[in-house]
Design a protein around this ligand. Structure first.
Ligand SMILES: [Cu+2]
Length: 409
């Protein structure tokens, strides 16, 4: 799907806003960080852990569970970056560097620019972008994507840990540059990009969404510190938002286009869209998955990009502001692990319903443009040459009941 001009975008945006109404009427400007919400968020996490544990077979009296099934002894635990020890953080970034140094499995006839195993994930995401965002598969697709990436780090690069997550509500309080994730030390996921002064606003939206400005950040150039300071980004851009409302693309983004990783860490975006209050509201207010995932991605026409867009635009830079190429920043997987954690917390409030067919809403195309069939439990997800077999939605709905066996601390 290609949108050639702003006029087309505007038209589509108007259609889309009418077709996807927001069920309640409050603007994101009313959301402000508060200490109580941080406390509520911690309680929601504890609740989700309790629910997850109590649903494991060995926690239920009289049930042993099938051999090899998920139980309290083999349950893996994903943790917040700042709670990992320094050696654990280093082991994680070393494994990512290892993936970046391994040969790609994608045939060059399919994605000529994919050079490394790391690129296999980026290329798969580029290829499927318009069928995995604002679709019925959005949450499950990214759950599988992040899980297979974690498996590759473990199975192909000797990593013994789990996929860490970035709790945006913490960095909204502390600032990004001083956080263990982005402080630029060798134990971070690398820091900010080089400072570029006087940057005009970023215009978010596009791809059928209404457009509005958000501020640029405190970096903007190449990442110069931490484990990924010498990283080469091979694929993209496809639809990269630049300060001043311009966008940049290199055709379909699948060609070889080596360049530095850029970041433009933006505390203002973090604080506005992904603070403790926004996370808590995203978990407590939506009563169905339609509202949950639309709140997460931002209802079109509300000037709210949700915690999902909030995280992406907090990173900024290239590929941080490119919907298609965003997995090219290693921080993507910490962000999407947190998205998955928010989904897991929301699901824990009504497990039966929210891991069943009732927990799916949407079709197979971006905002149902062009119209396509509803996503069901039988819809298949295929990560191409990144990893894994095609898998059905029904196996992706729970972090413990299907092939997965993990929880979040
Ligand atoms: Cu995505």
């Amino acid at each position: 799907m290609r949108f050639s001009s702003h006029a087309t975008l505007g038209l589509l945006a108007a259609t889309v806003s009418n077709a996807f109404p927001r069920p309640y009427d409050e603007s994101p400007e009313m959301i402000s960080p508060s200490g109580d919400d941080a406390e509520t968020l911690a309680q929601l996490a504890t609740y989700a852990q309790d629910v997850t544990n109590s649903n494991l077979p060995d926690a239920k009296r009289g049930l042993k569970g099938k051999p090899g099934s998920c139980n309290l002894r083999n349950l893996s635990v994903r943790r917040e970056w700042g709670t990992l020890s320094k050696p654990e953080r280093k082991a994680y970034t070393n494994a990512v560097l290892c993936l970046q140094n391994k040969q790609s499995r994608t045939p060059s006839s399919l994605i000529p620019g994919a050079k490394s195993r790391f690129d296999d994930w980026v290329g798969t995401h580029i290829n499927q972008t318009t069928t995995i965002h604002y679709t019925g598969t959005f949450l499950a697709w990214h759950r599988y994507f992040t899980w297979e990436y974690e498996q590759a780090l473990r199975n192909e690069c000797g990593y013994n840990g789990t996929q860490p997550y970035w709790d945006w509500s913490k960095t909204a309080n502390t600032s990004l540059e001083t956080s263990p994730i982005f402080d630029g030390s060798e134990y971070s996921i690398s820091g900010n990009g080089e400072f570029i002064p006087d940057k005009p606003d970023i215009i978010v939206g596009g791809q059928g969404l209404p457009e509005f400005p958000i501020p640029a950040g405190s970096g903007g150039g190449c990442v110069t510190s931490g484990p990924f300071k010498n990283m080469t980004l091979n694929l993209g851009p496809v639809q990269l938002s630049l300060p001043g409302g311009k966008t940049e693309s290199n055709g379909d983004g699948l060609g070889y286009n080596p360049r530095c990783l850029k970041r433009d860490l933006t505390n203002e975006v973090n604080r506005r869209f992904a603070n403790a209050t926004s996370v808590v509201r995203n978990i407590l207010l939506p009563k169905d998955v339609y509202d949950f995932q639309m709140t997460l991605q931002g209802y079109p026409g509300t000037n709210d990009i949700g915690v999902h867009g909030g995280g992406h635009f907090t990173l900024g830079g290239d590929p941080g502001r490119d919907l298609f190429v965003s997995p090219g920043d290693p921080a993507f997987y910490l962000h999407h692990s947190m998205i998955d954690r928010v989904w897991w917390m929301w699901q824990s409030l009504d497990v039966e319903k929210r891991t069943s067919a009732e927990g799916i809403s949407g079709t197979g195309t971006f905002m149902n443009q062009p119209p396509s069939a509803n996503t069901t439990l039988d819809t298949e997800i295929d990560l191409g040459f990144a990893a894994g077999k095609p898998i059905k939605m029904r196996d992706l709905m729970s972090t413990t009941a299907g092939p997965f066996c993990y929880t979040y601390l």
